[in-house]
Design a protein around this ligand. Structure first.
Ligand SMILES: [Zn+2]
Length: 328
């Protein structure tokens, strides 16, 4: 799907997003406690440029709205992206825009967008927002995409204003206030406009970190796409529902998952039965329906701290059930 083609022929009730994520801005300021010293605080800037049909029934124009999210939270992950998208959708809906489908374009480079969990988020579109969400990536030749420049405008204007002593920007919130006061469009909020720019401030800690089941991978990240029956440990504080469903005339057994237990999720083919704890905490978000069954705690297999699961468990793992393919 091509971005320009879609933008120029946008179906009614579709929203097109172009996303540029997570640039840093250093807020240089003179430290009042140590007046001789300059220090800085970092802000992150994310931009979503949205295209949607003007909500005015009498008007057939497409609105371009640049939404700029400024945060003092420096975590650059898909949860933050999910949060910004949620805010963007709420904001667009409040203007009376009906959304039946949403298409997200971004450059494929950052880990923020092109990872398994982001694809999961896309599959959650209907559940989270009430409409399907599709993700697409600009080819590498496209550079940063057509929304590149929105973050640059803010950075450049802020730098000029600070230099000219028109404004003091000490932190992310000051940067947000500057953008809101000087760069918002249209200047008069009542104006019927198809070129908008809106600023949002996202406070540190505002991004929900437990909006979805949280499971810790056992196994090296580089391997997990190749294995099926990847074991997962339910993270502390989470408890999965007992699942029971009838699909294709087959009744799935009902399990209850305790906190900290190992569970099996549907994955691609399995390799050898050796797993290693990742050297760093490695977290993924799995839809509940992908959790197949509980597993016994794995046994230590050798002196290299590799573990293996019981044979009886492996037969469940290797059984080709409703395994699905996940792009990474
Ligand atoms: Zn209009």
């Amino acid at each position: 799907m091509q971005f320009d083609k879609l933008r120029n022929n946008l179906p009614h009730s579709w929203v097109l997003f172009c996303m540029d994520y997570g640039q840093n801005y250093n807020c240089h300021f003179q430290d009042e406690a140590q007046s001789a010293h300059w220090s800085y605080q970092q802000a992150t800037i994310t931009s979503i440029v949205a295209y949607y049909h003007c909500p005015d029934d009498q008007c057939s124009e497409v609105t371009r709205e640049s939404m700029v999210f400024i945060s003092d939270d420096r975590s650059h992950d898909h949860k933050a992206v999910h949060h910004f998208v949620t805010l963007a959708n709420e904001h667009i809906s409040r203007q009376g825009v009906q959304i039946n489908r949403e298409i997200h374009f971004s450059d494929g480079a950052g880990s923020q967008y092109k990872n398994k969990s982001s694809f999961n988020d896309a599959s959650y579109g209907v559940k989270d927002y009430g409409f399907p969400v599709e993700k697409h990536f600009f080819g590498s030749r496209h550079g940063k995409g057509p929304c590149d420049g929105e973050i640059g405008v803010l950075k450049k204007c802020a730098a000029v204003a600070v230099k000219g002593r028109q404004v003091i920007i000490r932190d992310a919130h000051d940067l947000f206030k500057y953008g809101q006061n000087f760069l918002s469009l249209p200047r008069d909020v009542q104006e019927h406009s198809h070129a908008k720019r809106t600023f949002f401030f996202v406070r540190e800690g505002e991004v929900l970190t437990d909006f979805r089941m949280d499971a810790t991978f056992v196994g090296k990240r580089s391997n997990y796409a190749l294995k099926s029956g990847m074991s997962l440990e339910m993270a502390d504080g989470q408890e999965a529902d007992a699942t029971s469903s009838e699909a294709n005339g087959q009744t799935k057994p009902t399990y209850t998952y305790a906190k900290g237990s190992f569970v099996m999720c549907t994955w691609q083919r399995c390799g050898d039965n050796l797993y290693k704890w990742p050297s760093q905490r490695d977290v993924s978000w799995e839809p509940r329906e992908n959790v197949v069954c509980p597993l016994d705690f794995p046994d230590l297999a050798n002196k290299r701290e590799q573990f293996r699961f019981k044979k009886s468990d492996l037969t469940i793992i290797e059984k080709p059930s409703s395994s699905r393919t996940i792009s990474i």
